[in-house]
Design a binder for this molecule. Sequence first.
Ligand code: HEC
Length: 116
Amino acid sequence: MRGARKTALVTIIFVSLGGVLFAYGQGPKQVAGADTSLAKEERERLLAIGKKLFVERCAKCHDERGDKPLGSGPPLSERKLSDGEIARSVSGRFKDAPDEQKRAVALYVRSFMKGK
Ligand code: HEC
């Protein structure tokens, strides 16, 4: 009898673990799909441009995904900024850049903003 109970327990553990891993695998895709109005390829193209610019010009202080703690408060990725706030502060920092670059960086910043 003990053997059977052990097998049942092991089965339960594996099934639960599978569920957790499955849920985890689904998660990031849903977060990344925040802007459904953009076609997937267009979004990926802009994100790649935005990431490159952010790494070049912003990651020194914010790290690649905005996780670096800031002296004046939480890291960028935890500031729960709205789309409008992101767009405004990115435009301010990229004043002379073409609109496409502003959009690209704003989209990238939004992609790592947590809790949105
Ligand atoms: C020299 C360091 C430095 C660089 C480079 C830098 N930042 Fe920041 N950034 C900061 C600090 C420090 C804060 C926090 C300021 C505050 O709390 O008001 C901040 C805040 C922000 C915020 C949040 C503003 C808010 O309202 O909370 C955004 C968005 C942001 N930065 C975007 C960028 C972008 C985009 C770039 C690249 C163009 C960039 N930053 C480059 C240091 C930097």
